[in-house]
Structures are given as C-alpha cells and as structure tokens.
Design a protein around this ligand. Structure first.
Ligand code: DAH
Length: 340
C-alpha cells in the first residue's frame, strides 16, 4: 500500500515538474511534497504500521523517491534559471550595428566671438575684465561722470528710466565710476555688457546693444598711452595694416575727447559700400579722464591721470563679418548663426 503511494507520488510529481515553467510553482510543489507537512513526510509517518521485514525495503524506497524528487526539482530550477537568463539577454541586447544619434553642436555667436577676442587682447595687455549692473543709478551713469542735469543724454527720450534715480544703463561708462570707488590706482579694466536706449529697431539700431568700456588710471598716463593702446588693440583685431584716425569730439567725462575711426578693412581706405565710400569706419569713443571725474571718485588728479574708451561690439562684429543688418544678430536664426 505504502509502496504504491510512494510510486504514485513520484510519478505525479515528475509529471507536474515536467510541464512547470515558473520557479514559484516549482517551489510550492517542493514544499507540498518534501516539506515538514508534505505528502512524502505524511507517508513516512505510516512506516510504523509496517512489519520488520518490510520497513527497511520501504525505507529505502522512500529515500529513493525523495532523492529522485529533489533531483527533478533541482534540474527544473536550473533549467528555468537558464531560460530566464537567456530571455533577459535577448531583451537587453544592444544592436551595435545600428547608426548612432548625431547631436548637433552649436556655434559661438558672432558677438561672443568678437567679445572673446577683445577680452584676450586686453588681458594680454594686463587688463582685468569686470562686470557691472544693467539696472543702474543715475549717479553712476551721469552725475559722477560729470554729466549734469539738463544734459541731452539724460532726456527721457534717450533713456529707459525705472524711477527718477534708476535706469537701464545707456552706456557701460558707469562701471568706470564703480571701479574707481572700489579700487585704488593703478587700475586697468575693461567691462563689456548690455546697454539700453529707446531707439526704434532698424538695420543699425536696437534698443539693446553691447559696449565694452575700458579704463586705465595710473601715474603719468597721457593721451599717448591711449593712442598706443587703441592702436595695439586695432592691429590685434584687424591686422597690422589698419590705420586709426582720432577725431576731436566731446564727452563730459573726458578731456580731451576723441572719436576713433579705423581704416576700412575691406577696401583699405579707398572707399567701398561697407564704409559708405568714406574709407573710415567709426569704432569707439575715448579720451583722457576728466579731472572732475577723478575727484568725484576720491582720486587726486594731481597725482593720477587716466584714459577711457567705449567700444561698440555690434559695430565690430558687423564690420568684421560684413553683416549689413544688425537685426540678424538678435534673431537667433540658426541658418545665420551656423555660418560663424
Ligand atoms: N560712453 C560713450 C558712448 O556711449 C563712449 C565713450 C566715450 C566711453 C568716451 C568712454 C569715453 O569711456 O572716454 O558713446
């Protein structure tokens, strides 16, 4: 009787294991058959009813059945694990023959190219690059730069006032004052940045544009130092053949003041459409720092002197790359920008 039960268990379990395809049911089967409350154990508990001759024979058989069930279960577990690994490898396979994704790399904006060149040139001459706020106080943009109430540059039609005493800076010259208030001479800085004026947008005007201010304060600085510096700058940017022309001008914060033209680098000064047949292109404003500006900043004009300049960045970029409409610089059209 027990013998038949054992045989039956072995056959049934083997049949069930054969068709199993998940580890969970396999584990359940193992507990059901071989566990402490399992079927095989239950049968073995009946061994006491057997005769002394039968006991070792059935005992041996029970051991065989147990061993064979364990082997079946272990084999099946191994097979299931292998199948799972196989499946995972298939699912996670990478097709190394597939074409990659090409990521387009952007280009530097022409204004940034020009600015980076400018910084490199002036850093090479020992200048430090400093930053200044775009929302600025009138005292830094005008008053301390010797630009009194009533000066046309302060007119609401030429400025974006925020309050009576704050505005979007119309020039980077405000950074001159901030620098002189903070640092003692010798000073040699440039300060590039955005400036704002309520100009209607056209091919050569924009309410937001960029300047780069320069300031040098030290003992015995003269107009000659300004000329030499700007000449070195222009030649570094446009090559040794470029010529500079200093035209007398007026700025409230410099005396004497000059506007500086460069010989047209397209025609070399002969005249062409780029320079409007003048041979020269206006590039910047400059001059020897007015003594009153030094006094305003607590610097003794008897001991120190200096020069300053303000360069239009758009102008330089447009000339250099022969861009005939300023708006192209701000529209972010990739067809335009990818050319640089
Ligand atoms: N701030 C002037 C402008 O916006 C440019 C300029 C002229 C800057 C003379 C200077 C300077 O530092 O000395 O047109």
């Amino acid at each position: 009787m027990i013998r038949e039960q054992l045989q039956k268990i072995r056959e049934q379990a083997a049949a069930q294991i054969a068709v199993m395809n998940d580890t969970k049911s396999l584990e359940e089967l193992r507990v059901r058959m071989l566990g402490k409350k399992g079927e095989l154990t239950a049968i073995l508990k009946q061994m006491g009813q057997l005769s002394a001759e039968e006991r070792p024979v059935i005992g041996q058989l029970a051991n065989d059945v147990r061993a064979s069930l364990e082997a079946d279960i272990n084999n099946k577990a191994a097979a299931l694990k292998a199948a799972m690994t196989e499946q995972r490898l298939k699912a996670e396979a990478v097709d190394v023959t597939m074409p990659g994704k090409v990521r387009r790399v952007g280009t530097r904006h022409p204004l940034n190219i020009v600015l980076d060149d400018l910084k490199a040139i002036f850093r090479g001459m020992g200048y430090t690059v400093v930053d200044g706020p775009e929302v600025e106080e009138t005292k830094y943009v005008f008053d301390m730069l010797n630009t009194d109430e009533g000066h046309p540059a302060r007119e609401p039609s030429d400025t974006f006032y925020i309050t009576e005493n704050t505005l979007l800076r119309t020039q980077t010259s405000s950074v001159q004052i901030r620098t002189m208030l903070k640092e003692k001479p010798p000073i040699a800085i440039i300060s590039p940045g955005r400036v704002y004026r309520p100009d209607a947008v056209d091919g050569t005007h924009s309410p937001i544009f960029h300047q780069c201010e320069g300031l040098v304060i030290d003992k015995n600085i003269t107009f000659g130092d300004l000329k030499g510096t700007l000449e070195n700058f222009a030649k570094s940017l446009y090559g040794n053949d470029v010529k500079l022309r200093f035209r007398p001008h007026h700025f409230p914060y410099t005396e004497p003041s000059a506007e500086v033209d460069l010989s047209c680098f397209k025609c070399g000064g002969k005249g062409c459409p780029l320079c409007k047949y003048e041979g020269w292109i206006e590039m910047l404003g400059s001059g020897v720092v007015h003594p009153q500006v030094l006094i305003n900043c607590g610097i003794d004009p008897n001991e120190y002197s200096g020069f300053a300049f303000g360069i239009g960045l758009e102008r330089i970029a447009m000339m250099r790359y022969n861009i005939d409409d300023m708006r192209l610089l701000y529209e972010n059209d990739a067809r335009f920008l990818s050319q640089f």
